[in-house]
Design a protein around this ligand. Sequence first.
Ligand code: ADP
Length: 646
Amino acid sequence: MEKLNPNPQRPNEAHPLMVLLIEDAAADTQLLREALAGQPGLPVELLHADRLSTGLQRLNEGGVDVVLLDLVLPDSQGLETLIKIRHHAPRVPVVVLTASDDEAVAVQALQHGAQDYLVKASVQTSRDLLARSIRYAIERHRVERLKDEFVNTVSHELRTPLSTIQEFTGILFDQISGPLTNEQREYLAIIRSNIERLTRMIDNLLDMARIDAGHAVLKKAVTEAAPFVQQTVQSMRPLAKNKGVELEVRVPDELPPLYADADKVTQVLVNLLSNAIKFTQGPGRVTVTVSEGASDLAFSVADTGVGIAEGDVPKLFEKFSRVQHASGDEGTRGTGLGLAISKRLVELHGGLIGVTSRLGQGSTFTFTLPKYHETELFHELFQAGIEKAKQRQGRFSIVVLSVQNFQELKARHGVAETARLLNEVEAVLRGTVRRRDGGDLVLRWRRGEMVVVLAEADQHGAQAMAQRVRRVLEQRSFTIGSETLHLPFLVVTATYPEEGTTELELLRLTERRLQQPAQVKGRILVVDDEPKIRKLLRQALELQDYDVFTAASGPDALEQLRRQPVDLVLLDLMMPVMDGYEVYHLLKENPKTKEIPVIIVTAKGERKDRQLGINGAAYNYIAKPFEIDSLLAKVREVLVQQLVKP
Ligand code: ADP
């Protein structure tokens, strides 16, 4: 929260007003600086930012009492600039600076939450105009906030008795407290529907207050657009049917996914749909269309209803605005907040909302939501993952996959075919990686050469996921060109915060791990009491150029570990004399050996984590009988993680 001057309208020497001027033109900056300096009655500390991004940064630090804002900046132009400032710091009053011919923009700025505007040229002629404007903006903002708080408090207070009324009316209506006459039931039904209306109005007031206070937080997630449009429309069908209104949906088969707060978008859609149905008399039609533009998705709700007079259009999206319709009183019965809330919610997403309408013919409300470019989305989700882990002091991992012979495949089959192949890989992964409330996510990175899973997992969890994912992929055959083949995958992981604290660090680390040659070097100790298995493993590993030592028992293994450095231990659990559990514990308790990674070789289906005293999937294991290829891949995976450290 920003620190507010405890008494901003009456600044004193101890608390000069903190004025943040966001303006890129040097001459204008100088002019305003001089105008402010020449105000003995208004002690001011002037902060200056010459672009929106630095202005927003300064606002984050807090303490700003008022913003003087030029709308045209190098990194943001027009109303957009104001909207961003307002979202960022709704508690700070804003005076918009305009050129002399910008009156229309000034009025729009006031409608979008600026407290005042000032024509730059007039500052030159009348110096105290600036001081007056600053004082006025602060005072107006204070009153607005008082009003918002009042509305908020009253709405909250109303809600409690209202829900009691609702409960008891329900009891009466259901005749739990005794039988009702038909007439009584009829009256109760009227009471109930009015209670519902009142509840909706209060909910709207509270929603609006939350948004105005900057408390509306979007819970964005990657969402498919089509399903929630279909679901929302479905939920409105009974209402439409009652009024004899046909509901039609037009959604293209292929749409890019959205990165949005699905609940909030649904709220907007419900609002537009219920208005469309409300203002259309049967037989009529309401059509919902989704279409893809260059940089956004557009959702429109078109009706064949009463329409809106041209003069009424500009105020529709303002708070508490309702329109008188010739056909009846529906227009004036609500709070007039629905569209204002919708507008704010769309803008919070970075989209726009608008309407075209003809009186007597119908209206089309359209809102847009920005499409996310793959890399942008990647970045945003990555940040969100790290942020979440930071807040919960948890872990966040990335599991990165690439096809081992990708370059060769690309040379042989061309870009289009390999791109298609990667789409398939990505689709398989989406099916494999479970998404816990938007937790784990599959994404493409670096022009599609790598597929990344963002997971709420620690190092061991990520490695378990890496192993599972690779196994699923290697079992599948993929078609590329005229060939059907199994593909060798490279899978590596990196975990926040142990292996990196930023997106860049984690990605770099995985890239370095991926760049390791298919055959890495390492000294491996194979511990198994069965000579046949020892021999099999030794041969397979030596073929891969590893240095292999073997041990036939627990004590033998410990002795070997004392004698020579080892990079990895393959440990059988079922051994006479000293079993694998004991070996494992002795190894992990000894500071000299505790960092050496261990792959446990277990019988199929047995989970040994509990006996090993390690949590969950937090260990590397391979189940017997194993396929030699997947054992080798596992060995490589663990060694690469170990060899390439942050
Ligand atoms: P409320 O929350 O009270 O329904 P809204 O902000 O949703 O208010 O709508 C404001 C006004 O806009 C409505 O009272 C109505 O007069 C007009 N309006 C909204 N949608 C339509 C429509 N599809 N056709 C005609 N008028 C509409």
